[in-house]
Design a protein around this ligand. Structure first.
Ligand code: SF4
Length: 357
């Protein structure tokens, strides 16, 4: 059976000489800035360290502290977040900074419970900030730590049912005197040695306590439940230009998928079937000489595939709409808009006249 105190000692000794140098980490013995920990943990959800590093640096340069982020324009934050996905996180970052300034004198609460009360901070992020920034005895359990736990204890039950058990096992690895370092040591182990497909057990500092390695099943853990097929949704986007060449974009409602981001207007995104020509015409934002562009655009979200076609139309000079969420943007200034990846694909397709997919 794995011995938690030996695992903690072995892994911390390894961490002291092999820790990854990351821009949000402080030097050994120095308490990390909770703002840095929070920002990096929110950015790291669903993406890789390499992707996050330039975003993290850019955010810090522009908004060096909580008060700076609280005072930022929402559009500026959304724009800086472009490409990281899950845009509600960017909205919540700013909202959270505002609550910290208004209710906590710009400082982070030090307990998990206090952190959990803030907008956009869930159990994982609260535990990560509490452990890493404030050395609270807790364990943030991310995908890396789940994998290490499953392997150390050779737990064969499938995800996601097994998650509570993995969390309980990981909690046995809290280092009372160095909880933040232990959490980061486990994250590092999962990212660099105990990797998803081919764990490097030969160089692993805790291999003598690993039941998964001993039983020869480590690489298959944690087991996954069979994946459900993703549904496909369909929509038509309307590329509407006016006399001066500007194109119409609309801001999506704050709540929901791509909330607060800018996209060209579209039909509903529906599951059932592609839109017919007559249906599309009824959903166009304005009467125009609409024509369907050749080909289409595909994009895959976490929960569904998205198949799109694009219709192009034109309205008279300087026509505007009164909608508060409408923006006309010249095609050479699209960089100024907070466009999610899917909208960029639609733009590329429309600007190529329908030749790019
Ligand atoms: S021995 Fe292998 S499977 Fe076990 S924790 Fe180390 S790298 Fe992972």
């Amino acid at each position: 059976m794995p011995d938690p105190s030996r695992i903690i000692a072995d892994l911390l000794a390894h961490y002291d000489s092999h820790r990854r140098r990351l821009p949000w980490r402080s030097d050994p013995g120095v308490r990390p800035d909770p703002y840095h920990v929070w920002l990096s943990e929110v950015m790291l959800q669903q993406t890789t360290v390499q992707t996050v590093i330039p975003y993290f640096r850019a955010f810090l340069q522009r908004w060096p502290g909580v008060a700076d982020l609280a005072a930022a324009e929402q559009d500026a934050v959304m724009h800086a977040w472009q490409g990281l996905g899950y845009y509600s996180r960017a909205r919540n970052l700013r909202k959270c900074a505002q609550v910290l300034v208004a209710d906590h004198a710009g400082r982070f609460p030090q307990t998990e419970a206090g952190l959990l009360s803030l907008p956009g901070i869930g159990p994982y992020t609260a535990a990560a900030i509490a452990a890493i920034a404030f050395d609270q005895p807790t364990m943030p359990v991310d995908g890396n730590i789940e994998r290490v736990s499953a392997r150390l204890y050779a737990i064969e039950e499938a995800m996601p049912t097994v998650k509570p058990e993995l969390k309980a096992r990981a909690a046995t690895l809290i280092a009372r005197d160095r909880p933040g370092d232990m959490a980061q040591a486990l994250m590092d182990l999962g990212a660099t040695i105990c990797t998803p497909r081919s764990p490097a057990c030969g160089t692993c500092p805790i291999s003598r306590d690993c039941m998964g390695r001993e039983q020869g099943i480590a690489a298959d853990l944690p087991r996954k439940a069979p994946k459900k097929a993703k549904p496909t949704r369909h929509a038509v986007f309307f590329w509407l230009s006016r006399g001066d060449g500007a194109v119409l974009f609309q801001r999506r409602p704050d709540k929901g998928l791509l909330g607060g981001m800018m996209l060209p207007p579209s039909t509903d995104w529906r599951d059932a079937r592609p839109w017919t020509e007559a249906e599309t015409r009824n959903h166009a934002p304005v009467a125009s000489d609409w024509r369907a562009l050749n080909g289409g655009v595909s994009h895959t979200f976490t929960h569904f595939h998205f198949e799109m076609t694009v219709w192009a139309g034109h309205v008279a000079d300087h026509a505007t709409f009164d909608g508060p969420d409408d923006v006309w943007c010249p095609p050479d200034r699209l960089d100024s808009l907070a466009l999610p990846t899917v909208a960029k694909k639609v733009c590329r397709h429309a600007l190529s006249g329908g030749t790019l997919v």
